[in-house]
Design a binder for this molecule. Sequence first.
Ligand SMILES: [Cu+2]
Length: 679
Amino acid sequence: MNKNTYLLTLCLLPAVIGAVPAMAENLLLDEITVRGEKESPREESLTIREVRETPAKDIGEALKQVEGLSFVRKGAIANDVVLRGFQKDNINVLVDGVRLHGACPSRMDPPSFHYDFAEVEQIRIVKGPYDIENPGSMGGLVDVQTKKAGKGFESDLNLTYGSYNSINASGTASYGTDLYDGLLGYAYKGSDVPKSGDGKLITDIYPASSPNRYRPDAIDSKAYEINTGWAKFGLNPTANARTEFSYSYQDADHVLYPYLKMDADYDRTHRVNWTYRMEKVSPLVKELKLQAYWDRVRHLMNDALRESSRPSMTITRSYSMQTDARTNVVGTKMSGSLGIGPGTLKTGIDYYNRNWDALNMRAMYTMAQPYTALGMIPDVYTNNFGMFGEYDLPINEQFKVKAGVRGDLTWIETDKANTLVARGTDTDFSEVSANLQLTYVPVTGLEFFVGLGRGTRVPDPEELYIDVPAMAPQVTWRGNPNLKTTVNHQADLGVKYAVERFYVNASVFYSDLQDYVNFYSASTTLKSYQNIDASMWGAELGSQVSLPYDLFIRGSLSYTEGENKDGNRPLSEIPPLRGTVAVRYDNGTWFFEVAENLARRQDRVDSGLNEQETAGWATTDLKAGLQYKALSVYGGVNNLLDKYYLSHLSYLRDPFASGVGVKVPENGRNFYLTLAYTF
Ligand SMILES: [Cu+2]
């Protein structure tokens, strides 16, 4: 059997033996029921239980257990979500519908970096262009839903300790009555630098000659230190109305990014969200929702921890390069569900404004004026106004049709100049997105899904206006102010079979991408962005099954292929074929699980960016857990055999690549133990 058929067989195994009846009754079964019966085949979810059981350091890493999702590894934390082959602005990563962007032009702080696990209740994932409630869900949506207070007094404490002295400690306390409720939370995360399977620190990946290698005193310093605090208050003025106000502050310090040439000195994030919801307003108006939010990130990065910052004639500060970046977003949305005809019309309007400013200072940019501040992102304002409507029509017991349309107006304007654009340069976009979704249930438990969608996303301020000039032979990194909107025409086909103790979910998609924003080498000394015609296709397979004797099997398989049709070569940064199969004993009191993770080698690489092939790998994870009254204990070991391996998305394609062949390996064998106590 070759590796592909082996993977496929492993994943189908649960389906084959799923017909066997079983007896277990527990939380896992409930999750299987929810996934099997309530979720559309185009949706996935991840519960906080599943996150807590793993040693994942952030949401980006935790999501890798969902089929179709993977992440970009830049260091010990701050992993960036990849949905199928889509990443960055090709997907939306929101929290409670709030648009939160990172400040770093190198995505040191992707959206999912800015909240703690303890804030999270559940993560909802929509694959494909089927979310029309938000602008830009072109490749899909990841919406993190935060916890709210229950009735009475509740509190929980979580403490995880693991290899590399990693600590994740959090506590929440809440109190609620029928009229009002409140929740307070605090979390601390910190870790030393992890080691890969060859016993080396993940910061120790540079050749001795590289200016980007860590200084001896920094190579084994803290990998990150993050403090997060949050509060949420709710008021229910009537039985059918609720208003919520939440605030969160996060302070991340000293975060190492061996993937890049710089490290983060700090990231400081504020997030405010207010919502008002009314149900059963009238026979026509089933629901009315108002939302307003604001968030802000400040980010400072430099090379102070690297050899490149050693004092010299030109390097007169503690760094040779630094970027000071900030971004903030204000947004509002009004939406309602109306009972019109036999179906429900969901409609709304929304607006957001994002400001993004990044100043770059380099000792060596010009000899005459060292450390001149350059408008790397020239104080750009992005305004977006959108309207949407989605009609959900149940035709009969077997057929359900959903159709949605969304219109967006976007204008993006610079408030500073750089060497690429003048102050006041603006670009306008107007776009229509739409989709049609058909669900067919021929018999109970069997569901077919067909989706046709048109999703759009405008170029982001970085792709349009970024400016990092350099003197040849160094590579200049420059935006392209003439970029057009990317339009994705996608077809999805899904089938799900679910009975009480088992489900299997298979999906296939094809995506035709007009004006896909591609990063490319314009010359040997210039990297920029271009619109190209591209396509992606892929498939996912997932299943969970409950067997006799409290045994459970879970399997997943994901594949995506991307093609640059203009360049006749693969798209860059597409994850390889990947799968997991896990066997678990779980009697509701304690569990034990063995999981085997496999990835095929990725040989579809973009020669235009000098992308390199990545070898395949297999790792084994073990975990166990025990629940005793209010106390839960989880522990495990990941990468049991201490394999040295790399994810395909573990190095920067350029122009700030920290050296050819310098990749950030995955962690070697690592242990963790979590204690969770709920009052
Ligand atoms: Cu940064």
